[in-house]
Design a protein around this ligand. Structure first.
Ligand code: AR6
Length: 177
């Protein structure tokens, strides 16, 4: 169960994460950090060249880790790039890697003095993670981090469609009783 004061800091909304006004947005990238489709493509298109230039200098990111760049032309000041796992069958370390992606993104935000950040539904698109399972892991990992760290005031999950929003809502309702 998530304590009430932690729950207050978690928001679920439907929308396009590139329009978010939180200090940072998280990108569901791949290990090259050189862009791709889905939310990654949308963030690079909206944020412009400066993000890609920084990503090139960083030189990649292993699955489950996170790296930070400017937000370029985005309203968000920073983009935190993380790499979720490709889903195979759930028995190849996927849950731990997905939790790590959330945890490490959150910790990088804390290290950079960021108090509000938005996450997309990492790994649930091209990488094929079942939505409900992913929602459980994402919300669980973030709730734990928020409990351990009082500097972050808001974590917003920005879900692209109604199906994803419903899955995250059900999980959040389920863990709160
Ligand atoms: N705002 C919020 N969510 C979005 C947006 C958006 N603008 N666009 C898509 N989504 P995906 P992954 C949702 O495939 O599964 C890329 O090519 C989408 O509906 O973007 O982690 C990378 O370069 C889905 O729910 O990321 C990697 O190669 C969620 O974002 C690979 O895809 C994640 O879908 C990563 O795959």
């Amino acid at each position: 169960m998530i304590p009430k004061e932690i729950l207050k800091k978690i928001e679920l909304v439907q929308g396009d994460i590139t329009r978010e006004e939180t200090e940072a947005i998280v990108n569901a990238a791949n290990t090259s950090l050189l862009g791709g489709g889905g939310v990654d493509g949308a963030i690079h298109r909206a944020g412009g060249r400066a993000i890609l230039e920084e990503c090139k200098k960083i030189g990649g990111c292993p699955t489950g880790e996170a790296r930070i760049t400017t937000g370029g032309n985005l309203k968000a000041k920073y983009v935190i790039h993380t790499v979720g796992p490709v889903y195979r069958d759930g028995n190849h370390g996927e849950p731990e890697l997905l939790a790590n992606a959330h945890r490490n993104s959150f910790r990088l935000a804390v290290e950079n003095g960021i108090e509000s950040l938005s996450f997309p539904a990492i790994s649930t698109g091209v990488y094929g993670y079942p939505l409900r399972e992913a929602a459980k892991i994402a919300i669980g990992a973030i709730a734990k981090e928020l409990e351990a760290n009082s500097s972050v005031q808001l974590v917003r999950f920005v879900l692209f469609d109604q199906t994803a929003l419903d899955a995250y809502n059900e999980v959040l309702d389920g863990v709160v009783d």
